[in-house]
Design a protein around this ligand. Structure first.
Ligand SMILES: Cc1ncc(COP(=O)(O)O)c(C=O)c1O
Length: 387
């Protein structure tokens, strides 16, 4: 069985993740931060531990700036919907995931915002000067994916941060769903105001975990998305306005957060550079292997230094779902096919409406697996119309 669907959710997880979740479920199953008894206090400690280790991995000094959510979509909806006011203008790119594009289009359709979608090359390469050219007097937010979930292209996050920081009243949101955990991210270096991430991808947490970093001062201008029980200031009928409670309410996914903390600890112990280097090697190997197969079209930069370990292909004579079905049924290779919640990216790449077969690797994949996948794709290509 070969799992090449890590861009959707990473699997397997480090052993410590399973252990931490099992321990939490069995022995620390109380509600965090609500009741004052020992088990509840211990559950709150697990939540705090997750918040602190996440702050560390993104070089955030104050861990209360890490808002714990249930996935990247949750984080993006919070950041986008709460930052924007009627009449605001937003700049984004044509390589965004639907969890950025859809909340923005929703606000646009309601007549609340104006939206500019900046073009990229078909390899997903963005010229940061195009972001600057699109800035208007009413621009409030620049929302950019850190790396494409379809072809892996890494965006010039630092350069965009430099540009945005020159303009008063313009804020910068990065969707780091595909990079958090595998790519060193320093919120100060990127000059980012809002950084959304998923816990269940490269950070090795379970599904149902994610977060949003909220930059200094943002809490003064960004209202909450939902209000409710926080376990703090319970005598008040209005929601607390301090971090992180302002943006967190309701019972947390404590078990998931215990797993996520163990995942991040694993990354810290292993070294993000080592993880990144391994994935880069696999990416280079897969690109080279696939480039040598007649009848296979590769999308994206085709350069391991310019992308994450996500590669999209098509095979002549087959629809993308047939490629995925063949790999799964005949070779036990798990991929994801279709549009990957990024229809604009596929339109730009010329692969809409059928999409592509996406092969996405993680730290636990091996060179042998890459070879096996190349052989499987080669077999399919040979059975196609080219030969
Ligand atoms: C770039 C990008 N943004 C956002 C998301 C949404 O993540 P989640 O499923 O955690 O909500 C994904 C998921 O694939 C993604 O790849």
């Amino acid at each position: 069985m070969i799992y090449f669907d890590n861009a959707a959710t990473s699997w397997p997880k480090p052993e410590a993740v399973y252990k931490a979740m099992d321990h939490c479920m069995r022995y620390v199953g109380a509600n965090p931060g609500r009741s004052g008894h020992k088990m509840s206090v211990e559950a709150e400690r697990l939540v705090l531990n997750a918040r602190e280790i996440l702050a560390e991995i993104f070089a955030v000094e104050d861990s209360s700036r890490i808002i714990l959510t249930f996935n990247a979509t949750d984080s993006l909806n919070l950041g986008i919907k709460c930052m924007l006011r009627p009449g605001d203008h937003v700049i984004t790119t044509c390589f965004e995931h639907n969890s950025v594009i859809r909340p923005l289009r929703h606000l646009e359709q309601k007549g609340i915002i104006e939206l500019t979608v900046v073009n990229c090359t078909k390899e997903g390469i963005l010229d940061p000067r195009d972001i600057e050219k699109a800035i208007r007097s009413n621009t409030r937010l620049v929302a950019v994916i850190h790396a494409s979930n379809v072809i892996g292209t890494i965006m010039p996050a630092e350069e965009i941060g430099e540009i945005v920081s020159k303009y008063d009243g313009v804020y910068y949101l990065i969707d780091a769903a595909q990079t958090a955990g595998v790519f060193p991210i320093d919120v100060k270096k990127y000059k980012v105001d809002l950084l959304a991430f998923a816990g269940h991808k490269c950070l090795f947490g379970p599904q149902g975990t994610g977060g949003l970093y909220v930059g200094e001062g943002i809490e003064d201008i960004m209202p909450s998305l939902k209000e409710g029980g926080t376990g703090s200031l319970s005598e008040q009928e209005v929601h607390p306005d301090f971090l992180p409670d302002k943006y967190e309410s309701g019972t947390k996914n404590t078990v998931g957060l215990a797993g996520l903390a163990a995942g991040v600890e694993f990354i810290m112990k292993t070294g993000i550079e080592k993880i990144h280097a391994h994935e880069q090697e696999l990416t280079a190997q897969l690109i080279e292997g696939l480039q040598g197969i007649k009848g296979v079209t590769l999308y994206g930069p085709q350069d391991a230094k310019k992308q994450t370990s996500v590669i999209s292909i098509n095979v002549d004579g087959f629809r993308s779902n047939e490629v995925g079905y063949y790999l799964d049924q005949k070779h036990d290779v798990m991929t994801r096919v279709g549009l990957h919640c990024a229809p604009l990216a596929h339109k730009r790449m010329g692969s809409a409406p059928d999409g592509t077969a996406r092969l996405s690797m993680g730290y636990f994949n091996t060179a042998q697996e890459v070879d096996a996948v190349c052989q499987a794709v080669s077999k399919l290509a040979k059975s196609g119309p080219q030969t």
